[in-house]
Design a protein around this ligand. Sequence first.
Ligand SMILES: O=C(O)CCC(=O)C(=O)O
Length: 249
Amino acid sequence: MDDLNVKLDQLERDGFVLIKGALSPEETEEVRSRIFHAREQGWEEGLNAVGNMWFDTLLDREPGIFGPLVGHPSVAPLLYAMMGKQCQLRSFRAHINPGAYTQEWHMDFYGYWNEKRETEKRRLAVQPSSVNTTFYFQDNVAGQGHLRFVKNGHLSEPPHLYPRIEHEAFEKWCYAQEHVVLHPMAGDAVVFLSHIPHQGAKEDDDMERCNVVCHFQTCPMYEGVWYVSSPRPFKGSFPFHKTVPAGMD
Ligand SMILES: O=C(O)CCC(=O)C(=O)O
């Protein structure tokens, strides 16, 4: 519990927490190889301009392989402590970075601050929230790859988002801030608040790099909330609906 409280405090303070060795070497290798199998099958949705190839169907195609990542025991106590049974899987997306890759600075839950403002105007509405659990399958050591955050970027609203995002100005602002750089290793997970600006990148174009991102949310996430992914079907989307993580009630 002490360890859990330390992590919860860190998540609240920094906006992210790195979970070392979240997956065993066997789990890491199994999932890694199935992500590349998916590519061989041509199951990707596309490859975007910054070098991110994405797969939205793997949880449905291979639930036995990918299902255990949803509320995995390494992240379940954190998710449950934050969201309880309201914790809902919004989306499940795997990525491969086949060549050069410098992701655009972005927030997964772009609409967070706007929803906060809207919520404050209403007597009954409550603030939606969202958390990423992102699993890594290669060693992103210095010189190979990284994930970085705008330092304290979860604590105040970045400029250039409203009324319409100005991507160039937003990215320029992100680049100009102080950053915290993580080097997640194979089997690590990063849990972070989905509204913190962040950017993944390869430092060596030749490194193999892939990840799995599970987005969790507490509703109300109405249709039209500004978010990078669309929601999965409601039924079956609550990982702790029937089974509470061990030792937590
Ligand atoms: O490490 C990366 O490539 C980026 C991860 C990311 O954007 C996410 O987890 O939402």
